[in-house]
Design a binder for this molecule. Structure first.
Ligand code: ARG
Length: 260
């Protein structure tokens, strides 16, 4: 009996030692800040990330929270220029970039992307009386429209390659999508190329604008992560896959984008 108690006691001691080891960081994962999962974003992109009463909310914020919960980490959201997100992730200042970010070959050279969790479409916003009636109008011979975009987004990259580099348009780059939309409203640009969901939000909040029926391009959104932290990449990617499989991601998306 004494022996049994001794064994039980020593077992308990070993177990509590293990528990103590994990108490700083339940996940055992190394992150940008001990015990925290740091998300880099640009909270100018409703309904994916935007401010509501001083707090960053939206689809990406909720997906990130669900991932952090699964991994036993505290979520910290760092708001920055969209332009800075990839570098922040690459350098390890942030653990993951969630920003309605499109998977592109160019970005893949700097970061790893997780499974895709949503799709987006680049659309064209014009004034209600615009001469531009379809995406093709932007590509027409002799076309010379001024196009507003958010700097370094795919809307910027594609219109730059497809149109500006071909001498078919001038691109005006803004730090926020909303500023590009404001420039359209005041006649500084002829149209804005941006993702469909923020486009809907901006058009709903501004009179006299509409979204063209024709799409520019379809894209996949995913989480950008460092190539140098494989354990964290795997943990986040697995957590995301589970949240997709059990319907959590769909539920979050439907909360912000009601089915039409
Ligand atoms: N999907 C586009 C891209 O990846 C635009 C994303 C802009 N996101 C943001 N949070 N401002 O380039």
């Amino acid at each position: 009996m004494k022996k049994l108690i001794a064994i039980t006691l020593s077992l308990l001691m070993v177990m509590s030692m293990f528990a103590a080891c994990g108490s700083n960081n339940d996940s055992g994962l190394s992150t940008a800040i001990e015990g925290k999962l740091v998300m880099a974003t640009n909270a100018q992109f409703p309904p994916y990330e935007y401010y509501e009463g001083g707090e960053i909310v939206g689809i990406d914020a909720e997906i990130a929270q669900a991932i952090a919960d699964k991994l036993g980490l505290e979520l910290q959201i760092d708001d920055m220029e969209f332009d800075s997100i990839v570098e922040s992730v690459k350098s390890g200042k942030s653990d993951m970039g969630l920003a309605g970010m499109t998977v592109t070959d160019e970005r893949k050279e700097s970061v790893n992307f997780t499974e895709s969790y949503a799709t987006g479409v680049q659309v064209v916003i014009v004034t209600e009386d615009s001469a531009i009636t379809s995406v093709d109008d932007l590509f027409a011979e002799g076309a010379n429209y001024t196009i507003g975009v958010q700097r370094n987004t795919t809307g910027d990259l594609y219109t730059t390659w497809d149109l500006e580099d071909e001498g078919l348009a001038t691109i005006d780059r803004y730090s926020k999508g909303a500023d590009a939309v404001q420039a359209l409203k005041t006649g500084k640009v002829d149209c804005v190329v941006i993702d469909n969901e923020p486009a809907k939000a901006f058009v709903a909040g501004t009179e006299g604008l509409k979204i063209l029926d024709t799409d520019y391009i379809l894209e996949n959104y995913a989480i950008a992560m460092s190539k140098d932290n494989e354990a964290l990449y795997n943990a986040v990617n697995e957590a995301l896959k589970e949240l997709i499989a059990d319907g959590t991601v769909q539920k979050i998306i439907e909360k912000y984008i009601p089915a039409e």
